[in-house]
Every structure is written in structure tokens, then in C-alpha cells.
Ligand binder design. Structure first.
Ligand code: SF4
Ligand code: SF4
Length: 159
């Protein structure tokens, strides 16, 4: 399954390179977070053990590793692929489910801090567009069920 999502040839180079390790904010600040170890296990077919690890959720998706990468690839591809598998298997952290439920309901991933905004002189946040999102989501579900396939987690399926 991972071979279909990830380019193993590029990951082979990651296991030899490691250049983005020194600029990754999570690598620098979170003890034990090391995508190189994850990539090594992916390449040897031993990725399952990472599905229950908090480390795959500690990638900030800041894209630094993609920007610096001479292959235009990046650690984050490996971390995202494992998060998608973990989510499909129901192994995601509870806050991911809470975030998803809020997003489907309101179109937001969190509530804006209104008192802090006021203090900073920021304008009222715009309406979330949650209703439009619900319409889009039902259209997508309808279309997918017409085609006889489920919506996957990456395409908007429920975690
Ligand atoms: S996207 Fe993830 S792995 Fe890449 S630099 Fe940012 S935190 Fe690190
Ligand atoms: S993502 Fe690019 S820069 Fe980072 S380790 Fe892999 S090959 Fe090197």
C-alpha cells in the first residue's frame, strides 16, 4: 500500500541524506522525533510499529523539509502517509476526531480567541462557511456512492 503512495526511490536517498533534519522544527524541539528512523522502517517494510506512535502526529506540516530538499520531496511525505494509514485504521489520537467533527460541523478547526483578537484590535472573524462545507460534503458523498466507492480519509472521509 505504501509503495503506491510514497516514492521509495526518493526515500532511499533520505535514508542517506538527512539534510532536513537540522532545519525541521519538530526534530529540533521534540525529543525522539526523527523521521529518518520512520523512513528506515518504511523501506524495510516495518512501518506498522509507527502507526501507534505519537511521533507521526508531531510533524507540523510546515513544508521546510520539502523546500530545502534537493529532490523536492521531504520527510513530511512519509509522516503524512503513515498518518493516513493510522487514521483509516482508527488509530488516530482522539483530538484528531474532535478536530474533524468540528470541521465538518462548522468549517473551522478551532474557535477564534475573541478576547485576544479584541485586545489586539483585530476585526471580528468571518463566518466559517460551515453550511457551504456541509453541502459540498454531501455532494461528494452522493457522487462517491454513485460510483460505488467510499470517501477515503484523505478525500474527506470521516476519521
Ligand atoms: S513538514 Fe514536518 S518533517 Fe518537514 S520540516 Fe516541517 S515538521 Fe519537520
Ligand atoms: S527530504 Fe530531501 S533533504 Fe530531507 S533527508 Fe530526504 S533527500 Fe535529504
Amino acid at each position: 500500500m505504501l509503495e503506491r503512495t510514497l516514492n521509495f526511490k526518493l526515500l532511499e536517498m533520505c535514508s542517506k541524506c538527512g539534510a532536513c533534519y537540522s532545519i525541521c522544527p519538530s526534530c529540533m524541539n521534540i525529543p525522539g522525533y526523527d523521521p529518518r528512523a520512520v523512513i528506515k522502517d518504511i523501506l524495510s517494510g516495518d512501518h506498522e510499529k509507527w502507526l501507534s506512535s505519537r511521533h507521526i502526529w508531531e510533524c507540523l506540516e510546515c513544508h521546510y523539509c520539502v523546500e530545502i530538499c534537493y529532490q523536492h520531496y521531504g520527510f513530511e511525505n512519509a509522516m503524512t502517509a503513515l498518518r493516513n494509514i493510522a487514521t483509516r485504521k482508527g488509530m488516530h489520537p482522539p483530538q484528531v476526531k474532535r478536530g474533524w467533527d468540528m470541521f465538518v460541523k462548522t468549517g473551522k478547526l478551532g474557535e477564534p480567541a475573541l478576547p485576544a483578537r479584541k485586545k489586539l484590535g483585530l476585526p471580528e472573524p468571518k463566518a466559517s462557511g460551515g453550511e457551504e462545507l456541509k453541502k459540498l460534503y454531501s455532494l461528494l458523498k452522493e457522487r462517491r456512492s454513485g460510483e460505488g466507492s467510499d470517501i477515503t480519509a484523505e478525500e474527506g472521509g470521516k476519521p
